[in-house]
Design a protein around this ligand. Structure first.
Ligand code: SF4
Length: 386
């Protein structure tokens, strides 16, 4: 017998619960209350209602590889530990041949998506970006290329002396399939000025998103949380994304990304905890009523928090994720290739009581012949070796 909402949802959240039940839009004030309410379980319970309404137990992942083609950057964002600096990472810049070599490393994994982002390196010519995309399609024909934040698109347009639209058109012609989001961190002028004033601002970011949508490019969206942003700024970021989605309809998925202070100019900020990670996933699921998917990026959130997040609004774990460099910590995963095998991904999801579904970049299910065969023998994908 279902438990009455009043027994699991505190009285001061019942008005929000009723909106969730009736599928009504939440306000920014509702979002702030959800960020601040002490009963995280109740917030998660409401987010789970939305998650199960949309996806049931299904939990998506993709076979993907990341290419971070350069860490040379002239933006000096205070929250960033990725770019080359004195006392930090050594500078690098991949040649096209090096990118091809890296793509060859994981041919056995049948990667369906390559995710490429990098620093803003003014030495790279316009043709480099087109060649990057072409190189991926040459080595892995048919793979989905998700590449370049709006900040990179602005740089590509600048160096090519063309408009954003023209840069995007040339990239699409080279093989670009979607934009990964990122680059704006939090849509707040205050945070922009304090932490990443050299990058394009919120209006600039939206302008690139609109131009990409006008050309039919699907996009993803993110929020970097856990630095200097307030609860209001978080909720307002979600509102702005929701409005942009109302306008363009081109966002596929939202991913909250936690700030990691090590190696940044903000070393005194306390690292995020699983508690905050779960809350950001849950509030995003509740606020972003026009986004189909909410992702828990397991590399940042850890597999353990990602398992819990599948009951707090997340329906996606990202993927097998080969070669991610941006928040890599020496020794954290035992080697430089941070990856889950197909078996481990399925196990992680099933152990959490959810159903693993391999997807492509557009969330179409991929059913491999081996999986069909195994189902015929009533085995689960987990029972198979990759
Ligand atoms: Fe550069 Fe991106 Fe790091 Fe900012 S976040 S410093 S733009 S690599």
């Amino acid at each position: 017998m279902p438990i009455a909402a009043e027994r699991v949802i505190p009285a001061d959240l019942l008005d929000i619960y009723k909106k969730v039940e009736k599928q009504e839009r939440l306000s920014v004030e509702d979002g702030v209350r959800l960020y601040q309410h002490p009963d995280l379980t109740a917030v998660g319970k409401m987010a789970n209602i939305v998650r199960e309404r949309l996806h049931g137990k299904r939990t998506y992942f993709v076979r993907n590889q990341h290419i971070n083609y350069t860490n040379i950057c002239n933006k000096f964002c205070k929250f960033c530990s990725f770019y080359a600096k004195k006392g930090g990472p050594d500078p690098y810049e991949f040649t096209i041949e090096e990118v091809k070599r890296r793509l060859e490393w994981h041919r056995d994994v049948e990667i369906t998506e390559v995710h490429m982002v990098g620093g803003i390196n003014p030495r790279l010519p316009y043709s480099y970006y087109m060649d990057l995309v072409r190189a991926v399609k040459e080595v892995l024909p048919g793979v989905h290329v998700k590449a370049f934040t709006a900040v990179e698109i602005e740089e590509i347009a600048r160096v090519g002396k063309v408009t954003h639209e023209q840069a995007l058109k040339d990239l699409i012609e080279a093989g670009l399939d979607s934009l990964p989001g990122g680059g704006i961190e939090v849509l707040s002028d205050r945070v922009h000025q304090e932490l990443f004033g050299r990058k394009l601002d919120g209006e600039g970011w939206k302008s690139v998103a609109r131009a990409a949508a006008g050309l039919g490019l699907l996009q993803y969206a993110t929020m970097l949380y856990g630095h200097i942003e307030t609860d209001f700024e978080r909720a307002d970021h979600l509102r702005q994304l929701r409005e942009l989605q109302d306008e363009t309809g081109h966002f596929v998925c939202f991913t909250p990304l936690s700030f990691h202070p090590e190696g940044t100019d903000l070393p005194d900020i306390k690292p995020m905890t699983g508690y905050t990670d779960l809350r950001n996933i849950a509030v995003a699921r509740l606020m972003l009523d026009n986004f189909s998917h909410i992702k828990s990026f397991w590399i940042m959130n850890t597999p353990e928090v990602t398992q819990a997040s599948l009951w707090y609004g997340a329906d996606d774990t990202d993927g097998l994720v080969h070669e991610y460099e941006i928040t890599y910590k020496e020794g954290e995963f035992g080697n430089k290739s941070q990856a889950l095998t197909y078996d481990n991904m399925c196990h992680m999801i099933r152990e959490a009581g959810r159903e693993p579904v391999e997807r492509d970049s557009l969330y179409q299910e991929i059913v491999r012949p081996a999986v069909v065969e195994a189902r015929g023998r009533t085995l689960t994908p987990v029972a198979m070796a990759q």
